[in-house]
Ligand binder design. Structure first.
Ligand code: E4P
Length: 217
């Protein structure tokens, strides 16, 4: 499973990128707002830093305006994936932009039917939102599994990009289901390293190393 990092914070992306943890980046208008940066500037910086796809989201609601914005975003760099919402207009924009050879990430997906439509429209990525479904007492991971089954039934090539990831557990569950990509905030990716038994075991090793005066250097 590929790891995308879900942020527009350059320092956080760079830290994970240096460790080889970043296969791509996703942003959205809320993340751009949080960064306090200009969308075109910060997106260019991210694209220069990361080799993989960098999702930049349109803000228009009508297909023709989304297409114009998507073309402008795609000019930033070759690794831009234009992000469009899963509306009828978004699907129209997806079809036009993918026909032009651009990568398109269809976002705000909350049902298997929506994912089916995005695949038919040629989306490069479909972004089902796990956490926002969980927030409503629904099971976001079930949606990932349903989309995996449907895409595999028909050989759709659209990549399942599990989004709205809130916990380290979401990451391993997505990997078990077979999501192609999971995009998570930097804190969630780092939290994947944590285990209480690791902390406990290390504590004992540190004590024993001191007691035995073990020195390596
Ligand atoms: C990524 O593409 C999505 O925009 C993001 O994962 C949404 O996450 P949230 O539900 O935590 O805002």
């Amino acid at each position: 499973m590929k790891f995308f990092v879900d942020t527009a914070e350059i320092d956080a992306i760079a830290e994970l990128n240096d460790l080889g943890m970043v296969d791509g980046v996703t942003t959205n208008p809320s993340l751009i707002k949080k960064s306090g940066r200009d969308i075109l500037e910060v997106t260019k910086e991210i694209c220069d830093l990361v080799d993989g796809p960098v999702s930049a989201e349109v803000v228009a609601l009508k297909a023709e305006d989304m297409i114009a914005e998507g073309r402008k975003l795609a000019e930033i760099a070759e690794n831009i994936a234009v992000k469009v919402p899963l509306t009828w207009d978004g699907l129209k924009a997806c079809k036009v932009l993918t026909d032009e050879g651009k990568m398109v990430n269809v976002t705000l997906c909350f049902s298997a039917n929506q994912a089916l439509l995005a695949a038919k429209a040629g989306a490069t990525f479909i972004s089902p939102f796990i956490g926002r479904l969980d927030d409503l007492n629904m099971d976001g991971l079930d949606l990932i599994a349903d989309i995996r089954e449907i895409y595999d039934n028909y050989g759709f090539e659209t990549n399942i990009l599990a989004a709205s990831i809130r916990t380290a557990n979401h990451m391993s569950e997505c990997a078990k289901i077979g999501a192609d990509v999971a995009t998570a905030p930097p804190g969630v990716i780092k939290a994947m390293a944590n285990h209480i038994l690791t902390d406990k075991g290390l504590d004992q090793f540190v004590k024993d190393a001191a007691a035995a005066k073990i020195k390596i250097l």
